[in-house]
Design a protein around this ligand. Structure first.
Ligand SMILES: O=P([O-])([O-])O[C@@H]1[C@@H](O)[C@H](O)[C@@H](O)[C@H](O)[C@@H]1O
Ligand SMILES: [Mg+2]
Ligand SMILES: [Mg+2]
Length: 282
């Protein structure tokens, strides 16, 4: 399986880089950043998100015709978000669409690959920074990135920077929960709170020692699938926001450099969005 998996991963890296070039070119063309909305007026999508996802899926289908897909924009168009044991590509064609629309410099192509419901490798290409983060689930740590800094060994959360996002749900109750968690984290106190505007890049910031932890409630499996293996293979830990094992379909995640910092979970005012794999409502 090793050579076969490496061949698949090599293709993921190549198609992520190709997709990143499409994103960079689209950034220069207002039309290709025209905004449409999905679950809320601030949950943005553009024709470029859709075009990049199509490019990736068609490229993979040619080489690996039996593989399955979970793509953010395919799910938005009505495809089921169901993870089977089959080889499955979990794709966020543009993670950080709001950043893309506003030319804010953190925009990633995120590709996770699953077999037997386990993420085998992750590829996150931060395409405006031209940083390619990859990791493959093997015994030894396998994270590669051309700018990887030292993984953070900080275990005192009062000396940490924590990353999070405000998401795209503006319902009063959700916003209250988000600010309640933010207040609790800030009052630890931590050195700072940051957000790149993309879950995948936030997780790569954990893996590269730039922040000590990232948490969010409201993400989707395509936001975090690739980053999950990049964090773990860098030596980090994943957890649910209330502690316990992470469930990538639950829309809740903590990614931390170590188990001590992961205890920020006790500060998070958790809630449970509708799961990614929930049956469609009639
Ligand atoms: O939509 P997208 O840009 O692919 O992904 C984004 C995530 O990376 C981010 O963590 C979340 O807060 C945003 O609401 C959005 O979901
Ligand atoms: Mg995303
Ligand atoms: Mg996206």
């Amino acid at each position: 399986m090793d050579d076969v998996l490496q061949n698949i991963m090599d293709h993921a890296v190549a198609v992520a880089r190709e997709a990143g070039q499409v994103v960079r070119e689209a950034l220069c063309d207002e039309k290709q950043r025209d905004v449409m909305t999905k679950s809320s007026t601030v949950d943005l999508v553009t024709q470029t998100d859709q075009r990049v996802e199509h490019l990736i899926i068609q490229s993979v289908k040619k080489k690996f015709p039996t593989h399955r897909f979970i793509g953010e924009e395919s799910v938005a168009a009505g495809e089921a978000c169901v993870l089977t044991d089959d080889p499955t590509w979990i794709i966020d064609p543009i993670d950080g669409t709001t950043n893309f629309v506003h030319s804010f410099p953190f925009v990633a192509v995120s590709i996770g690959f699953s077999v037997d419901k386990k993420i085998q490798f992750g590829v996150v290409y931060s395409c405006l920074e031209d940083k390619m983060f990859t990791a493959r689930r093997v015994k030894e740590h396998s994270v590669t990135e051309n700018h990887l800094m030292l993984f953070s060994s900080i275990s005192d959360v009062r000396r940490s920077i924590i990353a999070t996002e405000f998401g795209s749900n503006r319902e009063t109750e959700t916003v209250e929960k988000i600010f309640s968690s933010l207040r609790n984290i800030l009052n630890i106190p931590v050195h700072g709170v940051r957000g790149a505007g993309t879950a995948a890049v936030n997780m790569c910031l954990v893996a590269s020692g730039c922040v000590e932890a990232y948490y969010e409630v409201g993400v989707h499996v395509w936001d975090v699938a690739a980053g999950s293996v990049i964090v773990e293979e860098a030596g980090g830990v994943l957890m649910d926001v209330e502690g316990g094992p992470v469930d990538l379909m639950s829309r809740r995640i903590v990614a931390a450099n170590n188990g001590t910092v992961a205890h920020i979970v006790k500060e998070i005012d958790a809630f449970s969005p509708t799961r990614d794999d929930a049956p469609p409502t009639q």
